[in-house]
Write a protein that binds this ligand. Structure first.
Ligand SMILES: C[S@@+](CC[C@H](N)C(=O)[O-])C[C@H]1O[C@@H](n2cnc3c(N)ncnc32)[C@H](O)[C@@H]1O
Length: 205
């Protein structure tokens, strides 16, 4: 490890407990999916906890974090505090005006679809498809609905909480993501049940 990450975690602005809890299980999947020397663009990096943990754990992967308001300032401050050679400075990227800094083997995002407005699902896939190199993949982590149903009662409660905190928020239908993917030549090739009622989705070009 390039530094004491527990010490770093304590210093994260906008620290997210869930991101700390899920990082190890997501890393296991990323190590299985990513190839040596690949470039990853992360959308909605938040505090940067995942960016720091994954880039430190996979030194041969170039990790490009990004975010928009209200997280961008905290993300930049948090990443200035660490020194990891394969972790790039964060770029400002809002899905509503997708401007990827180059092309990537993988685009990754965790817990973004239920936070951003639903009408950004299609622009998200459009931007991702343009940001990916041929054969690239889109790795998505978060809760989803299937056939209009929540996977668990606690996800239904979580959705109520999301709506109470912002009318544009909500757990999305997997079918809408699949349709948006299909429109840009991508398809869902893996759907893995993860702890805490989340899924890890793998879309491929
Ligand atoms: C719940 S946080 C998740 C942060 C981090 N990925 C994690 O798992 O801890 C949701 C993230 O989605 C980002 N987000 C929301 N709307 C967005 C948009 N239009 N474009 C890019 N990111 C967006 C937020 O800024 C925030 O970083």
């Amino acid at each position: 490890m390039s530094q004491n990450l527990n010490e770093v975690s304590a210093g994260f602005e906008r620290f997210n407990r869930a991101a700390d809890n899920n990082k190890a299980v997501i890393l296991t999947q990323l190590k299985r999916l990513l190839g040596t020397g690949e470039r990853v663009l992360e959308i909605g990096s938040g505090s940067g906890q995942h960016a720091v943990f994954f880039s430190d754990a996979m030194p041969d992967i170039t990790w490009q974090p990004s975010d928009t308001e209200p997280y961008f300032k905290a993300l930049r401050l948090n990443l200035e505090r660490v020194s990891i050679a394969n972790l790039m400075s964060p770029c400002y990227l809002d899905v509503s005006a997708f401007n990827a800094p180059g092309r990537f083997n993988t685009v990754y995002c965790a817990n973004v679809f239920h936070i951003m407005p639903a009408d950004l699902i299609e622009p998200m896939f459009d931007g991702v498809a343009q940001a990916l190199l041929p054969g690239g993949r889109f790795v998505v982590y978060g809760p989803f609905k299937y056939g209009g149903e929540y996977t668990t009662p606690s996800n239904a409660q979580f959705n109520e909480w999301l709506l109470a905190n912002g009318k544009h928020q909500g757990i999305r239908d997997i079918e809408r993501l699949q349709e948006a993917a299909s429109a840009v030549g991508m398809s869902l090739v893996e759907d893995i049940a993860m702890p805490a009622n989340n899924q890890l989705l793998l879309f491929s070009l």
